[in-house]
Write a protein that binds this ligand. Structure first.
Ligand SMILES: NC(=O)C1=CN([C@@H]2O[C@H](COP(=O)(O)OP(=O)(O)OC[C@H]3O[C@@H](n4cnc5c(N)ncnc54)[C@H](O)[C@@H]3O)[C@@H](O)[C@H]2O)C=CC1
Ligand SMILES: O=C([O-])CC(=O)C(=O)O
Length: 326
């Protein structure tokens, strides 16, 4: 039996409530891996977290070895193999994710520092709390001595949203849609790249022979889906976000099938003209342990303009947090 130590922040929040049970049931790391959960919350949320821990106990999950609720980062990140950074303030109606930059940025200064001090040197960190790309940039910058390749930000929810929109339009099952890459920021500037996606192995834009829809309604539906959920639910997406966390970790810990790729924001190595160090979502392939950015995809004028816009936005966000990094 393998064993994995997983720190989850914001564990008593909406996403935490949808995520922890899926980790504990084995859906994230598989049936052959026991899980130790180390749950970080603010002091005032510890009573609510206690209730969540009681519910985890009441599930009697065979793979769940231990659960440690705490408000101390040194306890939560101790020897962690994975740090899932969810805890932060979600946006409300009328806000953009970038509006959370100053509010949430400080959290990731502290947590990046604490991960470097307490987690395993090989710990992988996935940031979910918004604005997730730039928060991940902050955590990575503060995590002295940690490998920048072990920092990620989540754009899998955007990929899943885009896949479903294409599948519905083409009247095919979601499993027929492959290689839908999200490029750039988890924000309305993201580029859901339908030009390289396939439906039953054929280019999606040939199957859906409607470029106006693809460049227009499809794009904006995916870019603004988070806001549409807030409008409809009165709260930001939670179960689908937790589902995307499970997908992201599985994608990074299992070899990617031949010829396929998935979306995750990683520290740019300069690929596709994206400045080094920006946390930029690319099409990525995993070996199960390491990962690489898929090279050689060519973009048309439309694609280039979208890539430029999302790159510029991320550079601006990065400039806005530079003062936090000391
Ligand atoms: N990347 C993505 O695709 C998505 C990201 N999100 C983001 O995820 C974040 C969490 O969302 P929800 O769970 O809905 O929010 P929530 O408000 O329900 O839960 C957040 C939890 O984090 C805790 N928290 C706040 N500061 C903390 C700190 N310094 N350390 C530990 N815990 C802390 C709070 O006490 C709260 O329990 C938000 O920033 C939201 O915008 C949400 C959906 C998708
Ligand atoms: O939109 C939000 O604020 C929450 C989120 O990131 C999403 O649902 O994609």
């Amino acid at each position: 039996m393998k064993r994995v130590r997983v720190a989850v922040t914001g564990a008593a929040g909406q996403i935490g409530y949808a995520l922890l049970f899926r980790i504990a049931s084995g859906q994230m790391f598989g049936e052959d891996t026991q899980v130790d959960l180390q749950l970080l919350e603010l002091e005032q949320a510890l009573p609510a977290l206690k209730g969540v821990v009681m519910e985890l106990e009441d599930c009697a999950f065979p793979l769940l070895s231990s659960v440690t609720p705490t408000s101390e980062m040194s306890v939560a990140f101790k020897d962690a193999d994975w740090a899932l950074l969810v805890g932060s303030i979600p946006r409300k109606k009328g806000m953009e994710r970038a509006d959370l930059l100053k509010k949430n940025g400080g959290i990731f200064v502290e947590q990046g520092t604490a991960i470097a001090a307490h987690a395993k040197k090989s710990c992988k960190t996935l940031v979910v709390g918004n604005p997730c790309n730039t928060n991940s940039y902050v955590a990575k910058a503060m995590a002295d001595g940690m490998d920048e390749r072990n920092f990620f930000a989540m754009t899998m929810l955007d990929q899943n949203r885009a896949v479903t929109q294409l599948a519905q339009k083409a009247s095919v099952p979601v499993s027929a849609v492959k290689n839908l890459a999200i490029w750039g920021n988890h924000s309305p500037s993201m580029y859901p790249d339908f030009y390289h996606a396939t439906i039953n192995g054929k280019p999606a834009h040939q199957v859906i022979d409607d470029e106006d829809w693809l460049q227009g309604e499809f794009l904006t539906t995916v870019q603004k889906r988070g806001a549409a959920i807030i409008e409809a639910r009165g709260a930001s997406s939670a179960a689908s976000a937790a589902n995307a966390v499970v997908d992201t970790v599985r994608n990074l810990t299992t070899p990617t099938p031949e010829g396929e790729f998935f979306s995750v924001a990683v520290s740019s190595d300069g690929s596709y003209g994206v400045p080094e160090g920006i946390m930029f979502s690319f099409p990525v392939r995993s070996t199960g342990d390491g990962w690489e950015i898929v090279q050689g995809l060519e973009h048309n004028g439309f694609g280039h303009s979208k890539l430029n816009a999302t790159r510029e936005e991320l550079l601006n966000e990065q400039a806005a947090v530079e003062e936090l990094l000391g």
